[in-house]
Design a protein around this ligand. Structure first.
Ligand SMILES: C[S@@+](CC[C@H](N)C(=O)[O-])C[C@H]1O[C@@H](n2cnc3c(N)ncnc32)[C@H](O)[C@@H]1O
Length: 224
């Protein structure tokens, strides 16, 4: 994916948003912190910005390309925000479920997705997924979510990976994507640690990796 100087304001804005998210989460916890972030900023990462070929649009397109070329039954988009990626998946599945810890994000995603009959949204913490998700999905996507859980000790990360994997049917696919810059900055190191936890999971096999400007995406398959 080509980098454009027109993306620079997006990255600067995202860094500012992340700093605000950290402060709100520290003061109010994840659910209320991210809720307030969306209430304050509307579209905190400008993922819905309608600029033609925005960074987020191009990146989402590349993420969808990472998935196997198939038509799916059930897809799960964890930490879906305002549902930009969820809507992009609407044509690839019988039903796509988007979840987010922030009630205000879920409300915004529902409004923005009113024209899509096969999308549903639920407010849920990625660390506490509903029992009804177990063994239900062909694909689960975790894009730019887990590194917002801070601190994320090894035991909690391992538990999160196990629970996310448990949402998949046998042979289902998990696509995990996160910020990646130099490999040396703090956020990139957090992303490497998260992706390693998926790669080392005994019930997942690594299928492929894609690196683009400021992101890394790994596709994994659950054992049959
Ligand atoms: C940078 S946005 C990514 C949104 C979307 N996945 C995308 O790629 O456009 C991060 C999202 O993760 C959500 N989030 C943060 N912590 C979460 C948690 N513990 N459980 C579920 N969602 C969470 C935030 O509310 C926010 O919508």
């Amino acid at each position: 994916m080509a980098f454009s100087v027109r993306d620079v304001p997006t990255f600067l804005r995202s860094a500012k948003t992340d700093a605000r998210a950290t402060a709100l989460r520290r003061d109010f916890g994840a659910a209320e912190g991210f809720n307030r972030l969306y209430a304050e900023l509307g579209d905190p990462w400008k993922s819905e910005a309608r600029r033609r070929s925005s960074y987020q649009d191009r990146k989402n397109g590349k993420l969808v390309e990472c998935l196997p070329a198939a038509q799916f039954d059930q897809v799960l988009d964890l930490g879906c925000g305002l549902g930009g990626l969820t809507r992009l998946l609407a044509g690839r599945a019988a039903q796509v479920t988007g979840t987010d810890v922030a009630a205000s994000a879920i409300a915004g995603a529902k409004v923005a997705s009113a024209d899509f009959a096969n999308l549903r949204y639920l407010q849920s913490d990625i660390l506490n997924l509903p029992d009804e998700f177990t063994g239900r999905f062909d694909v689960v996507i975790v894009a730019d979510v887990l590194y917002y859980i801070d601190p994320l000790p090894d035991a909690l990360l391992k538990q999160a990976v196990a629970k996310i994997t448990a949402t998949l049917r046998p042979n289902g696919h998990c696509l995990v994507a996160d910020h990646y810059f130099s490999g040396f900055d703090r956020d990139s190191r957090a992303s490497v640690r998260i992706h390693d936890a998926f790669r080392w999971s005994p019930s997942l096999q690594h299928v492929s990796q894609r690196r683009g400007w400021f992101y890394v995406a790994d596709l994994l398959r659950k054992s049959g």
